[in-house]
Design a binder for this molecule. Structure first.
Ligand code: CP
Ligand code: NVA
Length: 297
């Protein structure tokens, strides 16, 4: 049975199939008469709405489950939750604090499991990011994407995805927040080119896209004051964006904290594609689910 916990759970050929499915007219009704359970241990605007609507477009019925209702490993074990939900649903997707919960649910192999964000990975976001780049530039191979900020869940899935489609990835972080060597090895193991910088203006020079995310992710709130100080000088501003390629675009997974990781003049600039990117969350979620639900168990 196939699961989607990180973007490299797909082969490069499958990733390209998913992106094609995302742009296909007339969504296949692979969920007709079927349910999709969507569990959220953390808040969401885009992921919940995009995934619910993708399920509807595939003919299915989404059921949102908040943390208070499910209480994975609190009210009952992840092992029991997944076996119960498999009795009602064709797919179970979850946003969790601990990636291991997803791994344990997938290990049961009773229903396909999809990661809607964990502290390690945000592969559904990376699909939308790649779709946005593909639509904008008409292809992906050879593009250069610079990620500015925290080498977090969003960065990891994006960088792995870039490696799978021939996009060169650059990353620039303050000391202490750079990618760990295992991540760099994993990206290179996929044949990807990744360059680590410590000065934003050098990393952005000539890039086709500049991407950033919040400095404090959900679950890290108690580190927020320390992080605010550590990331000083790493805000993406319109001035910084002027070093991109003339056709370069600005991306952000959102929610954005204007005045922190991004300035108002950058996110509102003519090169910003953040709302196209947000809309693409629905199209790429539909592409992924359409693909996943036609895989042999
Ligand atoms: N980008 C993203 O995952 O947004 P939400 O947290 O609102 O789902
Ligand atoms: N890195 C952020 C992404 C939010 C969509 C977080 O995990 O909170």
């Amino acid at each position: 049975m196939r699961h989607f916990l990180e973007i490299d759970d797909l082969t490069p050929a499958e990733l390209s199939e998913v992106l094609d499915q995302a742009s296909a007219d007339s969504p296949p009704q692979v969920l007709a008469g079927k349910g999709a359970a969507l569990i959220f241990e953390k808040p969401s605007l885009r992921t919940r709405n995009a995934t619910e609507m993708a399920v509807v477009q595939l003919g299915g019925h989404p059921i949102y489950l908040g943390d208070d209702e499910v209480g994975i490993d609190k009210r009952e074990t992840a092992d029991d939750v997944i076996r119960v939900l498999a009795g009602y649903h064709a797919v179970v997707a979850a946003r969790v604090f601990d990636h291991n919960v997803l791994e344990r649910m997938a290990a049961r192999n009773v229903v396909p499991v999809v990661n809607l964000l964990s502290e390690e990975a945000h592969p559904m976001q990376a699909l939308a990011d790649l779709l946005t780049l593909k639509d904008e530039f008409g292809g992906l191979d050879g593009l250069v994407v610079t990620y500015v900020g925290d080498a977090n869940n969003v960065w990891r899935s994006l960088a792995l995805g870039c490696a799978m489609v021939g996009v060169v990835s650059r990353v620039v972080c303050p000391p202490g927040y750079a990618p760990n060597p295992e991540d760099v090895d994993r990206i290179r193991g996929l044949g990807g080119e990744v360059e680590v910088f410590d000065r934003p203006e050098l990393a952005i020079d000539g890039a086709d896209a500049v991407y950033t995310d919040v400095w404090t992710s959900m679950g890290q709130e108690e580190e927020s004051a320390v992080r605010l100080r550590a990331f000083e000088g790493f805000s993406v501003t319109a001035d910084l964006l002027s070093a991109m390629s003339p056709s370069g675009i600005f991306l952000h997974c959102l929610p954005a904290h204007r005045g922190e990781e991004v300035s108002d003049d950058a996110i509102e600039s003519s090169s910003s594609r953040v709302f196209v990117q947000a809309a693409n969350r629905m199209h790429s979620a539909r592409g992924l689910l359409a693909w996943l639900l036609t895989q042999q168990p």
